[in-house]
Every structure is written in structure tokens, then in C-alpha cells.
Design a protein around this ligand. Structure first.
Ligand code: GDP
Length: 448
């Protein structure tokens, strides 16, 4: 999907504008999804997939990728601004350069605008905090930036927002969904933070015959796809890491790990199954957690690879420890299979293939409504819904409404009465009964 990046100095209102765009995606969702907070999903999330006028895109608040320090010297501001620009130029299809009417035009705004302009990317210059009457004359000074058009908005009140969105989507390319290949090759994204061994793993899987798939419009620009075959069956490996190695080097100030999140998103959204590679010697870190959160968020299949297992001493003892750590830190994915590998020594890496097949089958499974209802009556009898505001909370029926990931809707009299822990209980029971190994499932609650 096309990416729109919001850039600008600290405090110009990037996250307010971002949140407004997020809200319009939330408004679309009619049924209630009851989920608990998952890292990278609800908390500190700086990207979101949304749509306007039926055009889908991802919007990124680049400010969220920095610890934006507000009161520091000009030099610092300029550096921050430059790096933000590089990031946006590399990742985005459209850049919204947000300016601040209250503070006026600052030297760093001009600097940022210059870098952006040289990139040849599509840019919209937008002046925020236009909430007072005398808006037009406030805009004038911003034309010094060299833009043909300056768009006034107020991210807080919503003034100018619709016009901005109309202009934005007119400039982004059409969403190029990857078409399902005729022979249904499973698509596997290899993701993980830098240096966990993704490239090494992929090279080991591919052997000498690294076959790079020709470009699919709008997608492969950011990743290298390769076809790899195992016992005659083919798999498409999506590798976002590889191409970036030769790419831009950011300065130390930028958290490369955070940037790698955006790349992970790009791979994940095109995949059926994500292989999350961890560096077993380093344990499970926050960034792993975030990547897992994205996979869950996108509803993709998942396998954890405890990689670099060759350097683990006392593997038997350590295995138990790290599995426990995984359970604690990535509790929301207790359904995910986990294997130990060494990409470097080519150990156990082909184990992924049968697991991928299994997960893909699980994701496509459909449970007949009659079975589901029998099952749900049974488990609700064991643990009844608590009353809601003194009234009895009744469940009417459950049905599977989708696959990839398996999605269920439960019809009840008072949806707001169903709590997260109840959904968790139902999910657990569903998995005990029907497995759904390696895939998230979705449970929605609706009123009849
Ligand atoms: P990427 O950034 O995730 O693609 O990581 P790379 O594949 O570039 O690997 C980063 C570093 O880890 C390199 O020095 C590799 O040689 C090393 N490495 C990768 N896989 C393994 C492994 O299985 N075992 C060990 N011991 N080192 C590995």
C-alpha cells in the first residue's frame, strides 16, 4: 500500500494530524473488536493503515520514530530535520510537510523543504494550527518555502482536513495489491530486527541459486523476493532486509531499529506467514515484541526462529528459559510455533517448510456454524458471561465469517458487556478444540 509520511519540526502537530487520520479508520469498523493492548498496535504506534474515499494507504508519523527533543540548539534541530527527510524520502510515496502557523516559518522548515524538494517526491506543504479567523494572511509567509500551494488545516478542530485528504489521495499511486499467484505459492516474510541473521538465513535457504523475482509494480521496490523450493514445492521469500544493506546509512542519532519496523510492515502485509527471526543469544527484546505485534495486527501466520543457536551454551537449559521469556514478553502469540536454528551453519532451517504448510492450512480452515454453536454453548455453560449492568448477558450464536485469519462473530444481546478476558477464554477454548496453530484468530462481538 502507498505510504504517506508526515514530517515536520517537533511540536508542529504531526501526531495530532496522524491521530485524526487514525480515527477515520476506526470509524469505519462497525463491529466491536475486543482486544487487549498489544505492543506496536495500540500503544506507541506510529503507523496505521487507513483509507480515504475507498483508497487505502499507510500513514506514518515520522515524529514517532525519534525522541524529539524540543529545546535544543539549531544544529540539533537541523540534524533531526535532515534525518527525518531522508527517512521520508526513502520510505514514502507522498510526504506531508507540516508547518506551524503559531510559530511561523523557521529556518529549519526551509531546510527541510529544500531537501524534500530535491528528492523529486510528491510533497504537500500544510500549515497547521489555523484555528483563528485571520487565517489567510498567516499563510502568506509560508509561500517563501517555494511551494505553489500551501494548504491550511487545523489538526485539532479538523478545519481543512477533508480538503487535505482529497489532495493527498489524488497524489498517491493506486494500491497495488499483490495478486495471488496462480499456483498459490505461499508467501513468507522473513522479518526481525537488524543483525539477527535474516540475510544469512535467506542465503542459506536459497543456496547458490538465488533467484530474484522480477519486479512486481509498486511492491518490490522495497524488498527482494526470491523463490525457494523444498521437495519440489515452491515458496516465495520476501526479504526486506537485503536491499537496505546497500542503501542509505543513517547517522547514529536515528534509531535504525525503529526504522526497520516500517520495512517489516511492508514485508508482513504482503505475506501469508511471517518468520520472526530472533537472536537467541540476546533473548527477546522490545523490538522483537513490536514486530510480533505488527504480525498479529495484520493477522498473518507466524513462526519464531530462535536463531544463532550454534553459539548457545547449555542449550537444553537455555531453551526452557528463552521459551519462558517468549511466553512472558510475547504473551499474545502463545499459538506460534518456535524452532531453534542456525542460519550460519544451516542447521534445522528447512524445518520451517512443513510448518509453513501447516499454518497455511490452519488459516484456511472453516468450522461449520453448527459445530461452533455446540462448542460455544458448552464452554459458556462452564464459564457463563457475567451480567451486564444487572441484566443477563445472552449469547445467541457464533459463526465463522472469514479465513486468513480465521474470523468469528459472536452475537449477543449486549456487546459492551463482553470483556476482553472472556474473549481470551473463548479464544483459548477455540484453539484447544480446533488448533489454529500459528495463526491469529479474530473474534468480534455484535448485537443481533
Ligand atoms: P540481518 O541484518 O538480520 O540480515 O543479519 P545478517 O544475516 O546480516 O547477520 C548479522 C550477523 O550475524 C553476521 O555477522 C552474521 O554472520 C551473523 N549470523 C547470522 N546468522 C547466524 C547464526 O545462525 N549463527 C551465528 N553464530 N551468527 C550468525
Amino acid at each position: 500500500k502507498p505510504i504517506i509520511a508526515i514530517v515536520g519540526r517537533a511540536n508542529v502537530g504531526k501526531s495530532t494530524l496522524f491521530n485524526r487520520m487514525v480515527r477515520m479508520s476506526v470509524d469505519r469498523t462497525k463491529s466491536t473488536a475486543i482486544t487487549e493492548s498489544i505492543p506496536g498496535v495500540t500503544r506507541d504506534r506510529n503507523y496505521v493503515e487507513t483509507e480515504w474515499d475507498r483508497k487505502k494507504f499507510i500513514v506514518i508519523d515520522t515524529g514517532g520514530f525519534y525522541a524529539e527533543e524540543i529545546s535544543h540548539g539549531d544544529k540539533e534541530i537541523l540534524r533531526q530535520v535532515r534525518e527525518q527527510a531522508m527517512f521520508a524520502i526513502e520510505e514514502a510515496d507522498l510526504i506531508i510537510h507540516l508547518l506551524d502557523a503559531k510559530e511561523g516559518l523557521m529556518p529549519s522548515d526551509i531546510e527541510l523543504a529544500d531537501i524534500l524538494r530535491k528528492s523529486g517526491k510528491k510533497i504537500l506543504w500544510v500549515v497547521n494550527k489555523i484555528d483563528t479567523q485571520s487565517k489567510e494572511d498567516r499563510l502568506l509567509e509560508f509561500y517563501r518555502i517555494g511551494a505553489e500551494e500551501i494548504i491550511p488545516v487545523s489538526a485539532v478542530t479538523g478545519y481543512g482536513f477533508d480538503e487535505l485528504m482529497d489532495k493527498a489521495i489524488a497524489l498517491i499511486p493506486k494500491d497495488m495489491e499483490t495478486k495471488p499467484s496462480e499456483d498459490e505459492i505461499p508467501r513468507v516474510a522473513v522479518v526481525g530486527r537488524p543483525n539477527v541473521g535474516k540475510s544469512t538465513l535467506i542465503n542459506s535457504l536459497l543456496g547458490k541459486k538465488r533467484l530474484i523475482v522480477s519486479h512486481i509494480p509498486g511492491t518490490t521496490r522495497d524488498s527482494i523476493d526470491s523463490i525457494c523450493s523444498y521437495y519440489g514445492k515452491r515458496y516465495l521469500l520476501i526479504d526486506t532486509a537485503g536491499i537496505r544493506k546497500k542503501g542509505k546509512i543513517y547517522s547514529q542519532k536515528i534509531d535504525i531499529e525503529k526504522f526497520s519496523i516500517v520495512r517489516a510492515i511492508r514485508s508482513i502485509e504482503r505475506a501469508d506467514v511471517a518468520i520472526i527471526v530472533l537472536d537467541a543469544s540476546e533473548g527477546v527484546v522490545e523490538q522483537d515484541q513490536k514486530i510480533a505485534g505488527i504480525v498479529e495486527d495484520y493477522g498473518k501466520g507466524v513462526i519464531f526462529l530462535l536463531n544463532k543457536w550454534d553459539i548457545i551454551r547449555e542449550p537444553e537449559i537455555y531453551y526452557k528459559e528463552i521459551i519462558q521469556e517468549l511466553k512472558n514478553k510475547i504473551w499474545f502469540m502463545d499459538y506460534a510455533p518456535c524452532i531453534t536454528t542456525s542460519g550460519l551453519e544451516k542447521k534445522r532451517i528447512t524445518k520451517i517448510f512443513p510448518i509453513i504448510d501447516e499454518i497455511i492450512a490452519e488459516r484456511q480452515k472453516r468450522i461449520p456454524t453448527a459445530d461452533l454453536n455446540k462448542f460455544l454453548s458448552k464452554i459458556i455453560a462452564v464459564k457463563p458471561f457475567p451480567p451486564y449492568k444487572g441484566r443477563e448477558l445472552k449469547f445467541f450464536y457464533i459463526t465463522q465469517v472469514g479465513i486468513k485469519p480465521p474470523t468469528f462473530t459472536i452475537f449477543v444481546n449486549y456487546p459492551s458487556g463482553v470483556k476482553a478476558h472472556h474473549i481470551r477464554y473463548i479464544e483459548k477454548a477455540l484453539r484447544q478444540e480446533y488448533s489454529f496453530k500459528g495463526t491469529p484468530i479474530r473474534i468480534y462481538v455484535k448485537s443481533r
